[in-house]
Ligand binder design. Structure first.
Ligand code: PLP
Length: 362
């Protein structure tokens, strides 16, 4: 008796258009093959050839001396922050940055540093505000050790940081002997959108974390890159946090495929996001700030539809469309390799026949 029901469930599953995040991307066949073939060893002993190859490749691409393979973007950021700053130090970060907003209080829990939050525009802190926020020597003050920048900026809507702002921030940091960490979870999206080599953007930071498991489609992991000396100290923090892995080549191998073959196609995600954004913007009750759509993220304000975010998401989910809540009246849609124009067609067609102008809402 259960069989027809199960079959129906499966058909429905295959209809799901998952716009929640680029983290939902599945590893490609080439990645699965690479996992099987990977040459491995014990990476805590420094003996996993595949991990070393991934770390070197990431470092080369980003113009840094060395890399460290970490389990997640959060681990990469927190290992970096703890290596740069300690108990009672101050770390400057944008007020909606991932390291502050989405990492479960890790800066306080792990490094023991305090965050100084500066509000940004499009996720970008004004370099002059940063200059003013850097502490002067005084018995009452913490010591400013680090500035965190986020590129692209997630909560701002996948916006890229203009290179001038990065350069100015780096100059101010250098003048004051403060380090810069770049949360570059989606740095390759920024590089593709700006059509510049990723190393050009990474050059403005002392350490950079990039995610392999988002738009680049690897199943697991991030890489932290920096100077050789910094990475050796970061390796100790990774071990402390339980990130010392053994035959990690099986998960590093897809990362190599990600960095060497999956970067250029991000352009396709950006094109699809631009299309999705402009079509959503033309629907009644939906508001999209198109000028924020630099990469693969689309934020949609649904306040004027009369629905709450939870109601709207529930209706969409019924129809097989998944997105995430991104504030009281805002939804986030993310484009990636596992959604296409067909998913956007279905979504727009569903919404255009079901959304009414506010005056028609009874
Ligand atoms: C996704 C993301 C991270 C880290 O993500 P993990 O889920 O821990 O891999 C860090 N920073 C930003 C800006 C992100 O979008």
């Amino acid at each position: 008796m259960k069989v027809p029901h199960l079959r129906w469930e499966r058909d429905r599953m295959s209809q799901i258009s998952d716009f929640r995040s680029d983290t939902v991307t599945k590893p490609t066949d080439a990645m699965r093959d690479a996992m099987r073939e990977a040459v491995v060893g014990d990476d805590v002993y420094g003996e996993d050839e595949t991990v070393r190859q991934l770390e070197q490749l990431a470092a080369e691409l980003m113009g840094k001396e060395a890399g460290l393979f970490v389990t997640s973007g959060t681990q990469g950021n927190q290992v970096a922050i703890a290596t740069h700053a300690g108990r009672g130090d101050e770390v400057i970060a944008e007020s909606e940055s991932h390291v502050f907003y989405y990492e479960a209080g890790a800066v306080a829990a792990i490094a023991g540093a305090q965050l100084r939050q500066l509000p940004g525009k499009r996720g970008v802190m004004d370099p002059e505000h940063i200059r003013e926020a850097i502490r002067t020597p005084n018995i009452h003050h913490p010591v400013t050790k680090l500035i965190c920048v986020e590129n692209t900026h997630n909560r701002a809507g996948g916006t890229v940081i203009p290179e001038a702002a990065l350069r100015e921030t780096a100059n101010i940091a250098r003048e004051h002997g403060v380090a810069v960490h770049m949360d570059g979870a989606r740095l390759f999206n920024a590089a593709v959108a700006m059509n510049v080599p990723v190393a050009e953007l990474a050059a403005h930071a002392d350490s950079v974390q990039v995610c392999l498991s988002k738009g680049l489609c690897a199943p697991i992991g991030s890489v932290l890159v920096s100077s050789r000396e910094f990475i050796e100290r970061a390796r100790v923090w990774r071990k402390r946090l339980g990130g010392g892995m053994r035959q990690a080549g099986v998960i590093a191998a897809p990362g190599i495929i990600a960095l060497s073959t999956m970067v250029e196609r991000l352009e396709e995600d950006h094109r699809l996001a631009t299309r999705l954004a402009s079509e959503l913007a033309s629907l009644p009750g939906l508001e999209v700030n198109l000028s924020l759509v630099d990469t693969n993220i689309v934020l949609v304000d649904i306040a004027k539809t009369g629905y709450t975010v939870d109601e709207f998401l529930a209706v969409l989910a019924e129809e097989g469309f998944l997105a995430t809540s991104f504030g009281k009246t805002v939804l986030r849609f993310v484009t990636h390799r596992d959604v296409s124009d067909v998913d956007v067609d279905r979504l727009i067609s569903y919404l255009s026949s079901h959304l009414r102008r506010p005056s028609e809402v009874h």
